[in-house]
Design a protein around this ligand. Structure first.
Ligand code: AMP
Ligand code: MG
Length: 577
C-alpha cells in the first residue's frame, strides 16, 4: 500500500491529484470541514494541535492495521494544524481501492481510529466574532518542525509563568465533597467545619490537687471533714464555715466559692483537719477557664493532628466532617526504569520516583495505586484499559516521565485519550519545564518530567497546590528569607527553584543554597527542605540578600511552628530576618 501523510499549517488544496495506483480501481475522497458551531455555540474557527511525528506514525499504523480487512492500494491523508476557519477543510483523506465499497468501509474505520488513537486534538474554538491578528499570526505559523524541537508541533500552547500556572491550578481544582468519619480515621485529614465548644470547658470547677476543699474566705482553725469526693463523683452541697470535703485531683467541687488546701499542707486527725500552710492559689480549674461554650475550638481548613483530635474528642465531636481520602493513581513510564532491588544493566535506571511520590503524598491521607507503563503508546493504552476503573475512580492521576518532546514521550496524548482537557503543558521554570496539567470534571492530572529533582520541585510547586485545593486547605505559598551563602548561577531565562537548606542558627533563619547542576541530580534531596525562587535572568545572588522561598514538606510544618504562622497565608517574616 502506498501511504502519503501530511500535517500542514496551510489550507488544504481544492484539487488533489490521485496517486497513479488509483487508476486501477476506485478513488474515494473525503474532506472534513470545520463547522461554524461547536457544542451549540457559534464559532469562527477551530485551533488544532498535534504531536506531529507521533501523529504521522499513528496514522500510518492505523492505515496498515486496517488494510488487511479492507484492501487498499493507496491512501493520502492531509491534516491541518493551527487555526482552521469555519468552512475550510481540517482533514482530507483519499483512498484508492479495487472497489468503492472497500474504500468506503476503510474510510469509516479510519476516521473512528483517527479520533481515538492519533495525537491531534482541538485546542480551542474561537468565538464567532473572533477577528484580528491572532488568526493571522497563528495561521502563518503553519507546521513547525524546527531542529530544536523536531517532534512536537505546539501551536500557541502558551508556556505559563510559575504564577500563572499556580493560579490556573487553583482555579481549576474544586474541593472534594466532605465526609464524616471517626476520629481515628480523621488523622491527617483537613477539618471541613469549624468545631465550637458545645459547653464550657471544663464544664464545672474541678480540683487540681488531692486535698481538702474549704470556703475560700474561711479562716477557721480546724475543719470537720463532711464528705469525700473522687474524680467520678457528683455530690453538690453547700459547705459551711468550718466544714471541709476531702477531694481528689479532677474531682468536681461541691459548690462555688471554694479553694483547695493541698494534702501536703494539712494535718488530719480522724474527721478533723488543720491547715498548717496556706497557699496563695485556689488549686482549682474554674468552669469555662479553658474555653467558653460556643467559642471555636478547631477552625475549618486545618489539618487534624494528635492535639486537635484530642480537643475534638474532649468536645464530643466523634465524627468530624473532613475531606475524603484522596484516590491517587501514579504511573511511571520509561523502558529504562527498573525496580530499586534490581541491578541496572547499561542504560537502565532504578525507579526512584515511585517512592518519592509515595513519600510526598504521605502528608495528604490518600490511597495510592502505582503501576509502570510500557513505553509504547498502544501497549500503554491496553495496559491502562485493564485498570480503567482504578483510573476512572482516581481523583488525581500522576504520570512520571514522558511529558516532554522525545520520540517516545506520549504522556500528553495518553492523558487526552483518557479524556483529560490539557490546561497547559509547559511552565517557564527550571527544573520542571515540561509539566502537563489537565482536568476532567473534578478529576485532575499531572504529567511530571521524569527526573527526580524535577519531580520534587513540580510536586511542591504544582501538585501540592492542587492537593491542598482538593482537600480544602489553603494553598502553600512563598516566604522570604536571607541567604546564608552566595547562590552562584548564570542568568537563566526561566525562573529557577533552587534546592536549599533552611537553617535556624543564632536566632536567625538562613537559606544555604545546595549544590546541583542538573535536574538528574538527586543527592541534594537528602538536605533539601526549601526551594529558593530565583527570578528569571537573575544570575548569582549574594550572601545576605533576601529571597523568596517555598518550604518543602517537612520544613513547612516546623516553620509554621517557629513563627506561629501558617505558610499558606502567604505571610512574610521579614521582621524576623
Ligand atoms: P522523561 O521525562 O521520561 O524524559 O525522563 C527524564 C529522565 O528521568 C530520564 O533520564 C529518565 O530515565 C528519568 N526517569 C524517568 N522516570 C524515572 C523514575 N521513575 N525514576 C528515576 N528516574 C526516572
Ligand atoms: Mg521517559
Amino acid at each position: 500500500m502506498e501511504i502519503e501523510i501530511q500535517l500542514t499549517g496551510s489550507p488544504i488544496a481544492e484539487k488533489i491529484s490521485p496517486p497513479q495506483l488509483a487508476a486501477h480501481g476506485a478513488w474515494l475522497e473525503f474532506r472534513g470541514a470545520v463547522r461554524d458551531e461547536e457544542n451549540g455555540v457559534k464559532i469562527s474557527a477551530l485551533e488544532y494541535e498535534a504531536y506531529a511525528e507521533m501523529a504521522v506514525r499513528e496514522i500510518r499504523r492505523l492505515l496498515e492495521a486496517l488494510s488487511p480487512r479492507h484492501f487498499c492500494l493507496a491512501a493520502k491523508v492531509i491534516h491541518r494544524i493551527g487555526i482552521v476557519p469555519a468552512g475550510e477543510a481540517a482533514i482530507y483523506v483519499g483512498i484508492a481501492s479495487r472497489h468503492r465499497a472497500e474504500a468506503i468501509a476503510l474510510l469509516g474505520e479510519f476516521m473512528n481510529g483517527l479520533k481515538q488513537a492519533v495525537p491531534i486534538w482541538k485546542r480551542r474554538a474561537l468565538p464567532a466574532n473572533f477577528v484580528g491578528d491572532e488568526v493571522t499570526s497563528l495561521k502563518s505559523k503553519g507546521i513547525r518542525n524546527q531542529p530544536e524541537t523536531p517532534h512536537v508541533v505546539s501551536y500557541n500552547s502558551k508556556i505559563r509563568s510559575l504564577d500563572e500556572a499556580m493560579a490556573e491550578i487553583q482555579s481549576r481544582c474544586e474541593s472534594l465533597p466532605a465526609v464524616r468519619v471517626s476520629l481515628e480515621e480523621s488523622f491527617g485529614r483537613v477539618l471541613r467545619e469549624t468545631v465550637c465548644a458545645p459547653e464550657d470547658l471544663p464544664p464545672v470547677d474541678r480540683s487540681t490537687r488531692d486535698g481538702y476543699a474549704v470556703l475560700s474566705n474561711d479562716e477557721s482553725e480546724a475543719f470537720f471533714v463532711v464528705d469525700t469526693i473522687h474524680a467520678a463523683d457528683w455530690k453538690p452541697r453547700q459547705l459551711k464555715s468550718g466544714e471541709t470535703v476531702r477531694v481528689a485531683t479532677g474531682a468536681t467541687l461541691p459548690c462555688d466559692g471554694l479553694r483547695v488546701a493541698m494534702q501536703e499542707n494539712v494535718e488530719r486527725n480522724g474527721d478533723q483537719i488543720r491547715i498548717i500552710k496556706r497557699e496563695a492559689g485556689l488549686n482549682l480549674r474554674k468552669r469555662g477557664e479553658d474555653v467558653k461554650a460556643g467559642q471555636p475550638l478547631v477552625q475549618s481548613g486545618v489539618r487534624l493532628d494528635a492535639g486537635k483530635l484530642a480537643l475534638l474528642a474532649t468536645a464530643g465531636c466523634a465524627q468530624p466532617l473532613v475531606n475524603p481520602r484522596l484516590r491517587v493513581a501514579h504511573f511511571t513510564t520509561g523502558d529504562e526504569i527498573i525496580p530499586p532491588e534490581q541491578m541496572p544493566k547499561p542504560g537502565q535506571i532504578r525507579d526512584s520516583n515511585s517512592i518519592l511520590i509515595r513519600g510526598l503524598l504521605q502528608n495528604f491521607p490518600c490511597d495510592v495505586t502505582q503501576k509502570h507503563l510500557p513505553e509504547n503508546f498502544e501497549s500503554a493504552k491496553s495496559q491502562i484499559t485493564n485498570h480503567k476503573s482504578q483510573i476512572e475512580n482516581a481523583d488525581v492521576l500522576l504520570v512520571s516521565g514522558g511529558a516532554s518532546v522525545g520520540d517516545k514521550d506520549f504522556t500528553r496524548p495518553l492523558l487526552e485519550w483518557l479524556g483529560f482537557e490539557i490546561v497547559f503543558s509547559q511552565v517557564n521554570v527550571r527544573p520542571g519545564r515540561p509539566l502537563i496539567f489537565g482536568v476532567n470534571g473534578n478529576r485532575i492530572t499531572f504529567g511530571l518530567p521524569g527526573n527526580p529533582l524535577s519531580h520534587f520541585v513540580c510536586f511542591h510547586l504544582f501538585v501540592a497546590v492542587a492537593l491542598a485545593k482538593l482537600t480544602g486547605q489553603e494553598t502553600p505559598g512563598f516566604f522570604r528569607g536571607k541567604l546564608a551563602e552566595n547562590l552562584e548561577d548564570a542568568p537563566c531565562p526561566r525562573e529557577t527553584l533552587w534546592p536549599a537548606r533552611l537553617e535556624f542558627t543564632n536566632g536567625e533563619l538562613r537559606l544555604r543554597p545546595l549544590k546541583w547542576s542538573s535536574s538528574g541530580d538527586i543527592t541534594c534531596l537528602t538536605e533539601t527542605n526549601a526551594l529558593i525562587r530565583v527570578p528569571m535572568n537573575q544570575g548569582s545572588i549574594e550572601t545576605g540578600a533576601a529571597v523568596d522561598f517555598l518550604p518543602t514538606q517537612d520544613s513547612a510544618s516546623s516553620l509554621s511552628l517557629i513563627f506561629n504562622l501558617r505558610p499558606a497565608r502567604r505571610l512574610s517574616y521579614d521582621d524576623c530576618i
